[in-house]
Write a protein that binds this ligand. Structure first.
Ligand SMILES: [Fe+2]
Length: 242
């Protein structure tokens, strides 16, 4: 099986279009989406509809659940909360219902898909440090867990002895006796100081995973955010990837 794993689109249609086009150009047939289709950007409906059309599996993210009031925005920063209120006003009933139908995890062969963490995914915790990742390996089966949520691409492996470390190689081989947690980064709002859209390719036959970065029309996305009345900061951050 070969698949593309996308996450954290955040209503950024220009970035999503570029990513989907690249996936199709590579003739990858399957797309798994790890959630946060909406929130922050100006095209929630277009992004929900495009994900529904293109993705084989879609997992719920915290912004998806916040939009449908399934998770509280109390823990959201004021700008993120404002974007959720804007999204609630602008999303169609049909797309609202589509967000209600998303599930928290999905297992497909050796892959485990979740938005935030394998352990208690509904708590929306963040994995940043090696210690954060270490505690998660006992909470999923299979060789690879794909996550999003932090908007920062990262790969952590654990060997048969329990040794855990970050992996900097890209692409990297799916070595036997190693398990992996892969943060695929964000399509629509990268935060690793690289503004390019991010997604991952999984090749189960050739046994490798690759993180792909792509330029898109950031200026157009920014203009849409400014025109929509969303907070200006949400436009500014896209150019610097923060
Ligand atoms: Fe997100």
């Amino acid at each position: 099986m070969k698949a593309a794993i996308i996450s954290d689109i955040h209503s950024n249609l220009e970035a999503l279009q570029v990513v989907i086009k690249d996936i199709k150009k590579r003739r990858i047939k399957r797309i798994f989406c790890l959630g946060d289709l909406v929130g922050y950007g100006a095209n929630p409906n277009e992004c929900v509809e495009m994900c529904m059309k293109e993705a084989d599996v879609i997992i719920a993210g915290n912004h998806d659940w916040a939009t449908i009031d399934k998770t509280s925005i109390d823990k959201f920063n004021p700008i993120a909360a404002e974007a959720i209120r804007w999204t609630r006003k602008n999303i169609t009933r049909q797309n609202y219902k589509r967000l209600e139908g998303l599930k928290l995890t999905h297992t497909i062969k050796e892959l485990f898909l979740v938005h935030a963490t394998p352990q208690k995914p509904e708590n929306w915790n963040y994995l940043f440090s090696l210690k954060d990742f270490q505690g998660q390996f006992s909470n999923f089966r299979g060789q690879v867990c794909f996550i999003g949520h932090s908007h920062i691409p990262a790969v952590v492996f654990q060997d048969a002895n329990g040794y855990t470390d970050f992996l900097r190689d890209n692409p990297f081989p799916l070595i036997k006796n190693r398990r992996f947690i892969v943060n695929v980064g964000s399509v629509g709002q990268p935060r690793d100081l690289d503004p390019r859209a991010s997604y991952a390719i999984y090749d189960g036959n050739r046994r490798y995973i690759e993180i792909v970065r792509l330029n898109y029309n950031v200026l157009l996305t920014q203009q849409k955010i400014l025109d929509s009345g969303l907070p200006e900061f949400l436009a500014d951050r896209l150019m610097i990837g923060k």
